[in-house]
Design a protein. Structure first.
Length: 128
């Protein structure tokens, strides 16, 4: 059985919905949602409203902690390589995936094996 976790929205308990209302008759309170999985804030918030509340309260601190961008990033020919795949028909009429690197700037394509495609460390990017 999966472990239940709480929504990390700082104001989740203040929203009036039936599923947040808990407790015995005559002593009911609104509580933070508790579920086995969430879909927002990387699996930590129960709704976009709670996700937005979290970001309004903690977003600036998170960006400062993990690294604020102070200069623009540039996409060049050296760092524009990314992996893609396409379905192709072979001569026998069966479907095969065609794996390749494509350069977003020059549109150049280079073939890959399936193992290279699945290797998250394999890249052609040489620049920033």
């Amino acid at each position: 059985m999966s472990e239940l976790k709480y929504c990390q929205g700082p104001d989740c308990h203040t929203y009036y919905t039936k599923d947040r209302l808990r407790g015995p008759k005559g002593n009911k309170t609104y509580q933070t949602r508790r579920r086995s999985s969430f879909y927002y804030l990387g699996g930590n918030a129960c709704s976009t409203r709670c996700q937005d509340d979290w970001f309004q309260k903690y977003g600036t601190m998170a960006i400062n902690h993990f690294g604020r961008i102070n200069e623009p990033k540039h996409l060049t020919e050296d760092n524009a390589w990314h992996k893609q795949y396409d379905w192709r028909n072979n001569t026998l009429g069966t479907d095969n995936r065609y794996y390749y690197f494509v350069n977003s700037v020059t549109k150049e394509q280079r073939p890959l094996t399936e193992a290279q495609y699945n290797d998250s460390n394999y890249t052609l990017n040489t620049g920033e």
